[in-house]
Design a protein around this ligand. Structure first.
Ligand SMILES: [Zn+2]
Ligand SMILES: [Zn+2]
Length: 244
């Protein structure tokens, strides 16, 4: 069960004037993409695929805490948070799979963490708790040799199993999105390996409250009429009957 996480989610403002069409981050100046996305795009040398974020992740909030603890070493806490996150992702996908991928997807891959970790990645464990996703999960990505840092992606950051991705439409899930360097590196690797389509899904879109241009995004989310609801996402936001 999502156990309280649903009521703790914060809506992500859909792309539009001042909101990045790739990552829903704040834009300074008259661009369609934020500075981070433009940096990453330039360094990867290819267009980025827009993400679908489920919630904002503001430091210290329950969603942020869940995304930290679910991969922590305190087993009972990690397990509880994995169940809550699985509940949230499952409900979100039940409502919005067609918003993300009109024709659906036929495989699910997780962005693995690049720090050494033994065994199954907690994100894969979490996705495996969602019955409808379990059969589609592929272990397509593993850490490679390229280094990734803030705004600095790498096409060599991940090794890709070509046999698992060729000609497939892949839902690419990551837990947290900050500048997107990891996610876009992983997406680029999958495309290079022959994937037909990548649909990036992010649980928590990190929001840095200390950065003034970001403040209005958190303020927007705090408005009553913009309350997070499982029945609307950044794609179908304006189609929600509650909005008309
Ligand atoms: Zn962006
Ligand atoms: Zn939707």
């Amino acid at each position: 069960m999502a156990g309280g996480l649903l009521s703790a989610c914060m809506a992500v403002r859909p792309p539009g004037p001042g909101i990045c069409r790739i990552c829903c981050g704040a834009i300074l100046g008259h661009y369609e993409e934020c500075w981070s996305c433009r940096q990453i795009e330039e360094r990867l040398g290819r267009p980025l695929t827009p993400i679908t974020p489920i919630s904002l992740a503001v430091d210290g909030t329950p969603v942020y805490t869940a995304l930290k603890q679910y991969k922590g070493h305190h087993e009972p806490t990690a397990r509880r948070q994995q169940l809550r996150l699985a509940g949230l992702i499952g409900i979100f996908l039940r409502h919005h799979t067609r918003c993300i991928a009109v024709e659906g997807f036929d495989a699910v891959a997780a962005v693995p963490s690049l720090q050494g970790r033994d065994g199954l990645h907690p994100l894969v464990t979490t996705l495996g708790l969602i019955g409808s996703l379990r059969p589609a999960i592929i272990n397509a990505l593993s850490p490679g040799t390229g280094r990734v840092a803030r705004n600095s992606p790498s096409l060599e950051a991940y090794l890709t199993r070509h046999d698992l991705v060729v000609d497939r439409r892949i839902l690419l899930v990551d837990d947290t999105y900050t500048t997107g360097a990891h996610l876009h590196s992983a997406a680029a690797s999958l495309i290079s390996a022959g994937a037909r389509e990548i649909y990036p899904l992010v649980v928590g879109r990190r929001q840095n409250r200390a950065w003034p241009p970001s403040q209005h995004l958190a303020e927007w989310s705090a408005l009553g009429e913009n309350r997070w609801s499982s029945t609307r996402c950044i794609h179908c936001w304006s189609r929600d009957p509650a909005m008309s």
